[in-house]
Design a protein around this ligand. Structure first.
Ligand code: GLV
Ligand code: MN
Ligand code: MN
Length: 423
């Protein structure tokens, strides 16, 4: 490599694999579940403990820590030329309910390890290096997902986000954020930052790399994510004396609709569609269900295709509701278009893997990520590592330590190259 900002020290720099493993293990103990996973939903006490731990770690590195109005945490390591756009790297420390030890966490702690390695080597980067922990990426307790990055990128309003209620409808997001002490003052707005490039290291959460035995994936982007709510209303009654004919059973209507969602995705292809959440009322074994609320999640690289699928499902839902004597109401809750990453940065991920002698594969992300939002307002790319047996959003989610280390080394190299040579 022939560049005045590149030398043998940068060329040979690698992360400390043992230290990375130790920090992931410390994280795994905060909200640890019996099944070897982690339950650390955003704005809970566990989230606060993990945030406090990260805050301590980045302060030990001499970083300035900024907390914005959505609780997004930005640790800034100043570069030599502060007028240049910064390099951002990170992900999220919240989990599903329950979730695994790697989803999001590897991206934040891999970036931390990259920062620690750069500091240990006494390297002054050309540009600022900003490590970020986005608030409530999962959206499993307070929907929607990608809340912190969504407000930051201007896709959803801060006030709307503050008003979201938890899945049981008991607590309010903005109040919980303040309660854990992470409702900061800094404006949650990408326009307050000068970011040249953003990287997010993440587990793949699917089976492609695992099956191909490739250590690195370089997604060209992320599928669209459409979330809908459906509300059904039938008639409650005694289960014994009420004849089987003529019932208005909302749960029975739902069960047909659930099949419709699955069948539509199969028939139309190039998409995934899932019913993941359902509330049944009054949820008693001897009362005919009178009300059901359920969610539909539709994803595809082709946004129009996903919309057509929803129209088809809705038409079918109406027919089922009519036949079952139920009223139906549906609404769009959240919609993120498919994200295309910056081609140059995606190439840099592939090229960095190759230079490190690691096998890689270009792909598309089927999971949603903060990078869906970030890449709308700045250059972005992701680095994927294999999920063992393709499993994620479960306690058994696992990635080998070697893959975590290699992914972090690719991230480190991308940060170094982008900082020293520009995007
Ligand atoms: C984010 O975790 C998603 O739902 O893909
Ligand atoms: Mn994630
Ligand atoms: Mn996730």
């Amino acid at each position: 490599m022939n560049d005045r900002n590149w030398n043998a020290q940068l060329e040979d720099l690698r992360i400390d694999g043992d230290r990375l493993r130790k920090s992931i293990e410390i994280s795994a103990a905060i909200g640890a579940t019996k099944g070897n996973g982690v339950q650390r939903c955003a704005v809970t006490d566990e989230d606060k403990r993990m945030r406090d731990t990260l805050a301590k770690w980045v302060r030990e590195l001499g970083c300035e820590l900024r907390i914005d109005e959505m609780g997004n945490m930005f640790a800034i390591r100043p570069g030599r030329n502060r007028s240049l756009g910064a390099i951002m790297a990170g992900s999220h420390l919240d989990t599903q309910r329950p979730g695994g030890r790697f989803d999001g966490i590897l991206g934040v702690l891999g970036a931390l390890e990259a920062m620690r390695s750069i500091s240990d080597a006494g390297i002054e980067l050309e540009r600022d290096f900003i490590l970020v922990n986005w608030t409530n990426e999962e959206g499993g307790w307070f929907a929607p997902a990608c809340m912190g990055s969504g407000v930051w990128a201007g896709s959803i309003s801060r006030e709307w986000a503050y008003e979201r209620k938890d899945r049981d409808g008991k607590t309010i997001f903005g109040r919980e954020l303040a309660r854990i002490g992470y409702k900061g003052d800094f404006p949650c707005d990408y326009r307050k930052w000068n970011i040249e490039a953003a990287y997010e290291l993440h587990i793949e959460q699917g089976p492609i790399l695992w099956n191909m035995k490739k250590q690195i994936g370089a997604p060209k982007g992320i599928v669209c994510l459409h979330w809908y709510d459906v509300y059904l209303e039938g008639t409650a009654n005694q289960v014994g004396p009420t004849p089987m004919e003529g019932r208005n059973d909302a749960l029975l209507a739902f069960s047909e609709m659930c099949q419709t969602v699955n069948k539509t995705a199969h028939q139309m292809g190039n998409m995934a569609a899932t019913v993941g959440e359902i509330q049944n009322y009054p949820n008693s074994r001897n009362i005919i269900p009178s009300r059901v609320h359920f969610t539909v999640d539709i994803r595809s690289w082709d946004d129009e295709h996903a919309l057509r699928a929803w129209s088809s499902m809705r038409r079918e839902f109406e027919i089922i509701a009519e036949r079952r004597g139920c009223r139906i109401r549906s609404e769009e809750f959240w919609k993120v278009g498919h994200a295309s990453f910056d081609r140059r940065l995606v190439e840099r991920v592939l090229e960095s893997a190759e230079e490190l002698g690691i096998g890689s594969h270009p792909m598309v992300s089927g999971a949603g990520h903060d990078m869906s939002e970030i890449s709308k307002v700045t250059r972005g790319a992701m680095i994927f590592v294999p999920s063992i047996d393709g499993r994620s959003h479960v306690e058994a989610e696992k990635t080998s330590w070697d893959d975590c280390i290699q992914g972090s080394n690719v991230l480190l190299r991308c940060i170094l190259k982008t900082s020293q040579q520009g995007p």
